[in-house]
Design a protein around this ligand. Structure first.
Ligand SMILES: [Zn+2]
Length: 415
């Protein structure tokens, strides 16, 4: 973590500022704190591998004791829950290799994030809507500066969308250390990671951000009222230009897989005491994205449309420009590297290559099958143009396939 992040970090329990405890173990490289101890008036917290651990759950106190004892290697193992010695050694070996991919590290951790669906995350329907909403709303409120935070952001797939919008490095907060670590290394390099509990007050100063979001996680939060009040506190700045986004939260009135504990639209509205939210059914936003934009946030979905949609997007802002149609940019320069979407099997067909859409299993198809609306079943492409993807270059004849997400701009060394 950068020392400047201490300016916005606060203790979740006493609300006090945190200082680096220089009398205890510290590994520091210029302005970057690698491993060390932070203290407020009530507590001390560890920084492990560049990530401040701002809660006292699970292995965090064990990790803190290892840092105090000058053993950052053991602290990291504790945070990754690598109790078994053989597994820990195997993980350390993979993690220290420059050639390791996101997939290698996930495998070495013995984790199955989202049932392994992370591989397909960058083309799934939930992601493409959330990415468009993030770019539209964050792009509007951060135009003249300000910082963004992705709450319960997991391994940073959407934090990545904030990297070129947030003036200071966007912050990714999540309960799971391993996910934040993966985001900083692969998915959203350059973000600041903070390990914190979404069911507790957020460990940040009032007004530290201009944009705060939580996507695909809010229905699993128990303390929803506190969470929204905390989001509003984070963007409470002079000028009221900020925005809050709760993306892809489930709907109590319409069942969906991994339902969680969602609320009705009235229930969600009731959480916002200081700023009026606008609630969108995801289907309308999805249709906008599939047709290439604009993403029309000026729409006012009827109560019936919202009730019938299994997934909702909630946007709250006093900036009227947020609630207008937003142009969606097509494929430009890769932030990472262009790769063939892993949902496609490739077979040679003369001097061309036949790409065929294949789902990993029936469950995937059932949950994410709406991707058929933009992913063609079969397509023939120039083999030479495909080969050039390996050099990170997108041949002009593949631009349309990038727009349809047959070709993806993936983080470097993703799989
Ligand atoms: Zn404290």
């Amino acid at each position: 973590m950068n020392v400047a992040t201490l300016d916005i970090l606060r203790c979740p329990y006493c609300g006090g500022r945190l200082d680096l405890v220089t009398s205890l173990f510290l590994r520091r490289d210029g302005d970057e704190i690698q491993d060390g101890i932070l203290g407020c008036q009530c507590c001390i917290f560890a920084v492990v591998d560049g990530i401040p651990v701002m809660h006292l759950d699970g292995s965090s106190t064990t990790a803190r004791a290892h840092i105090e004892a000058g053993r950052p290697d053991l602290a990291r193992r504790a945070m990754f829950n690598l109790g078994d010695e053989a597994r820990a050694v195997r993980f350390d070996k993979v993690a220290s290799s420059d050639a390791a991919t996101y997939r290698d590290v996930v495998n070495a951790l013995g984790l199955a994030f989202e049932g392994g669906y992370f591989l397909y995350r960058f083309s799934d329907p939930t992601y493409i809507v959330a990415d468009a909403v993030v770019r539209s709303v964050a792009g509007t409120v951060l135009k003249h500066g300000g910082r963004a935070i992705d709450l319960c952001g997991g391994s940073g797939h959407l934090t990545r969308s904030l990297l070129d919008l947030s003036r200071a490095a966007p912050v990714l907060a999540d309960l799971y250390f391993s996910k934040i670590w993966l985001a900083r290394r692969f998915t959203a390099p350059g973000c600041e990671g903070v390990c914190s509990d979404g069911n507790a007050p957020f460990p940040f100063a009032r007004g530290a951000f201009r944009y705060a979001m939580c996507t695909d996680a809010f229905m699993y939060i128990w303390t929803k009222r506190q969470f929204v009040a905390e989001m509003a506190r984070l963007i409470d700045q002079d000028g009221d230009e900020g925005a809050l986004v709760i993306g892809h939260t489930h709907n109590e009135r319409t069942w969906s897989p991994s339902h969680g504990q969602p609320l009705t639209q009235e229930g969600y509205r009731n959480l916002f005491e200081t700023i009026e939210p606008r609630i969108f059914g995801e289907a309308g936003l999805f249709a906008d994205v599939v047709k290439g934009g604009p993403l029309d946030l000026s729409r006012r979905d009827s109560a019936g449309v919202i009730d019938a949609d299994p997934a909702l997007t909630i946007v709250a802002s006093r900036n009227p420009v947020v609630f207008t149609p937003h142009r969606l940019d097509g494929a430009g320069t890769a932030r990472g590297e262009y790769r063939l979407n892993p949902l496609y099997a490739a077979e040679p067909a003369g001097d061309r290559t036949a790409l065929r859409l294949q789902f990993p299993n029936e469950d995937y198809e059932q949950e994410y099958g709406a991707c058929r609306q933009y992913l063609p079943d079969e397509v023939l492409v120039s083999s030479a143009a495909l080969a050039r993807l390996a050099d990170g270059r997108l041949a002009p004849e593949l631009a349309d396939l990038a727009r349809r997400r047959v070709v993806l701009d993936l983080p470097r060394r993703y799989y």
